[in-house]
Design a protein around this ligand. Structure first.
Ligand code: S3P
Length: 435
């Protein structure tokens, strides 16, 4: 068991670069593996989730070297070059890895299986199994629609015209990856924008994707061309530092080279509505993605009603935003966020419980939460094994009136290896204890 013990107070200052974007790193490994030629990825997230994807493609016969200092060399096998794995593929804690890979495996000429850790084994998989079945795929889930997935190979997929029931980049991407192999056109309609890294990266690998007003289309049967790719720093990881600095007057922190793809920047908009002072400097583009240096200065935040349209654009940042809300003056209301219940944990219940332990007044709703901002007291909270909840509550100590202990923090390594060291260098009084 790993736990964080954080002494209260302090402020965040300086310049930090958080690790590479998790969503983009997974996709870089997957498309590099399916491309013709050698793909070199720089700035790859070396977290356990992405390592699980790398290990899966090695098991599928792809030669991959690294990662070393964020660099990965992939000798692409071509879209038709994957080999049958010797055993079931273990995707650890990663829903993205499992769902996206299922789209690829459904189209292979061999059988395969996907499993994961205790948390992943509870997550819903019908959301991808159903549309893939409409394409002709044969995927069996456990009775509750959860992993393991058993995927039968040797079926010829056909294109589909599919309306997503929820804005989900994982479902969209699983369908588009299957669509690479399908006969004819595959079309996905989104009810609201979700992260578009798959569409951007497919184009980077020379594959045509046509997008227009929530309709995304590609035609199967093409090839992918290897390329050199640089991964921006992950805005979802930067979010903990943005919130940590924003809740402490006197903090001033710069987060460098952070991805600011407009399908991800809901957290910046929500914090701005709360009165946070965040400036985007030195805007530029790397690897087909917009990036910027984010300068955040601490100051008084106020509670808000979070616009529902921003929820899908900030879906992974709510654990951090809940801490911001708990430090703000007045009440914050989040609605239309039921998807939070099917992440690595039920993020509404697990955070509500943890906030209550620190004396914050909250009201849990089926699709959101109401948080009365104010003071924190010292306390011990359980992250439920959720990496993002662990990191969010580590930051809460900046405003607590005594030490905060966060239990079950091992999974921080899935998305943010080195979090505690980087946070300490920026000013958080955090110690890591193993027991
Ligand atoms: C992701 C999509 C989101 C997000 C997850 C990463 C991706 O999930 O929560 O952390 O890389 O496509 P959903 O597609 O289920 O919303």
């Amino acid at each position: 068991m790993i736990r964080y013990e954080i002494a209260p107070g302090g402020a965040l200052a300086g310049r930090v670069r958080v690790p590479g974007d998790k969503s983009i790193s997974h996709r870089a490994v997957m498309l590099g593996a399916l491309a013709d030629g050698e793909t070199v990825v720089d700035g790859l997230l070396e977290g356990e989730d992405v390592r699980a994807t790398v290990a899966a493609f090695r098991a599928l016969g792809v030669a991959i070297e690294g990662p070393r200092d964020g660099r990965l060399w992939i000798t692409g096998a071509g879209v038709d070059g994957l080999k049958a794995p010797a055993r079931i593929l273990d995707m650890g804690n990663s829903g993205t890895a499992m769902r996206l890979l299922a789209g690829i495996l459904a189209a292979q000429n061999f059988d395969s299986g996907l499993t994961g850790d205790e948390s992943l084994q509870r997550r819903p998989m019908r959301r991808i199994a159903e549309p893939l079945a409409q394409m002709g795929a044969r995927i069996a889930t456990a009775p509750g629609g959860t992993p393991p997935l058993v995927i039968q190979g040797g079926v010829r997929l056909r294109g589909v015209d599919y309306v997503l029931p929820v804005p989900s980049a994982q479902i969209k991407s699983a369908i588009l990856f299957a669509g690479l192999y399908a006969a004819g056109q595959t079309v996905v309609h989104e009810p609201a924008p979700s992260r578009d890294h798959t569409e951007r990266m497919l184009r980077g690998f020379g594959y045509e994707v046509v997008t227009h007003e929530g309709r995304i289309a590609l035609t199967g049967g093409g090839r992918l061309r290897a390329c050199a790719l640089e991964v921006p720093a992950d805005l979802s990881s930067a979010a903990f530092f943005l919130v940590g600095a924003a809740i402490v007057p006197g903090s001033e922190l710069v987060l460098s080279t952070v991805g600011v793809n407009p399908t991800r920047t809901g957290v910046l908009d929500i914090l701005a509505l709360m009165g946070a002072n965040i400036r985007l400097e030195n805007r530029r583009e790397i690897g087909g993605e917009p990036v910027a240096d984010l300068r955040v200065r601490g100051g008084g935040l106020k509670g808000i009603e979070v616009p529902e349209s921003l929820v899908p654009l900030a879906i992974d940042e709510f654990p951090a935003l809940f801490i911001a809300a708990a430090c703000a003056t007045g009440r914050t209301v989040v609605r239309g966020a039921a998807e939070l219940r099917v992440k690595e944990t039920d993020r509404i219940t697990v955070t509500a419980r943890a906030l209550a332990r620190l004396g914050v007044r909250i009201e849990e709703r089926s699709d959101g939460i109401i948080i009365e901002g104010g003071r924190f007291r010292a306390g011990t909270v359980d992250s439920g094994g959720d990496h993002r909840i662990a990191m969010a509550f580590a930051m809460s100590a900046l405003r607590a009136d005594g030490p905060v202990v966060v239990e079950d923090c091992k999974n921080v390594d899935t998305s943010f290896p080195g979090f505690a060291d980087l946070a300490r260098a920026a000013g958080l009084r955090i110690q890591v204890r193993a027991s």
